[in-house]
Write a protein that binds this ligand. Structure first.
Ligand code: FES
Length: 301
């Protein structure tokens, strides 16, 4: 993949005001120059490639320094959000590997690569979440069981995940029932038995869908949340985007990515990690399933 193809892939549409024509014209000019270089004889092509790589290497430390400096300062973080809102800025940061997909997204891509092989043997796999170095998956069809072929398919899944996502060290298999995403106890707090409010039935939240839940706990203050179902794993977030605090429920949930309807910031719908702005995170809320319903600890959320 060429540099400009990578840039185009890194650049996601974010809204009606994006300068498509300008970006496309610039990208086309780069394509034309790259095509001309490809037609040169070997010494000239090699020199041109070295020049491109040297310029990219020259730019990268400066860009990394700018992003780190902004990210480490609360005021700078706001500015960084605005900057990565610009598709061209985001594309350049993506080109230099400064913004990259989170482990769950890369794990899904790794599984997509082995899925045709699994399906050709009657099996399949879903990624539920990646957490603390462990990938949690659900296996289907012939991937289950204790036959040699099932063991081989499971090994293929493990190799794909551990071999392609450096953060993953282990793979755990889950059963087929809906579950809620894990939340550390220290986030729930000492009075963790209080403030729970019953939300909607889990049957109203099919896989790949997102629903808004409005509740009013005993403290009388109304709260709004969104619940996502990514491959049978339910996660509840405050219904507030990290960008400008607007509601998320009118957004789109597609292949585990939640896109805010207002300015197009994208989030991992299982973890809340912002894929558009480094270091930003949706607020996840303690959740459990009981009586076939989602229960949310709304107080203090
Ligand atoms: S992207 Fe701006 S409020 Fe969500």
């Amino acid at each position: 993949m060429t540099a400009v193809e990578t840039t185009r892939e890194a650049r996601e549409p974010v809204g009606p005001d994006e300068p498509d024509a300008e970006f496309e014209a610039l990208a086309t000019a780069v394509d034309a120059a790259a095509g001309a270089v490809a037609g040169l004889d070997e010494p000239a092509r090699s020199a041109a490639t070295d020049l491109r790589m040297a310029i990219e290497a020259f730019h990268r430390p400066a860009l990394v320094h700018i992003v780190r400096t902004l990210r480490d300062d609360p005021r700078g973080k706001e500015l960084l959000f605005d900057l990565v809102d610009d598709p061209n800025v985001r594309a350049v940061l993506g080109l230099h590997g400064i913004i990259r997909a989170d482990p769950a997204t890369r794990a899904r891509r790794a599984l997509d690569a082995v899925r045709p092989y699994l399906q050709s043997h009657g099996g399949d796999v879903e990624l539920v979440r990646v957490e603390g170095g462990t990938a949690y998956v659900r296996l289907h069809g012939s991937c289950n069981g204790c036959s040699m072929s099932a063991a081989t398919l499971r090994e293929g899944v493990e190799e794909a995940l551990i071999g392609h996502v450096e953060e993953i060290e282990r793979v755990e298999q889950l059963d087929d029932q809906p579950t809620v995403a894990f939340i550390p106890l220290d986030q729930i707090g000492r009075k963790r038995d209080t403030g729970w409010v019953r939300g909607m039935s889990i049957d109203e939240i099919p896989p790949g869908e997102m629903r808004r839940i409005d509740v009013t706990p005993d403290d009388g203050e109304p709260h709004s949340f969104v619940v996502t179902n990514v491959e049978q794993s339910l996660t509840v977030f405050r219904n507030a985007c990290v960008h400008q605090g607007m509601t998320l429920d009118g957004g789109m949930l597609d292949e585990g990515v939640l896109t805010c309807p207002w300015h197009g910031f994208r989030f991992d719908a299982s973890t809340g990690e912002c894929l558009s702005a480094p270091g930003a995170q949706l607020t996840q809320v303690p959740t459990r399933i009981e009586d076939g319903h989602v229960w949310i600890r709304a107080a203090g959320a």
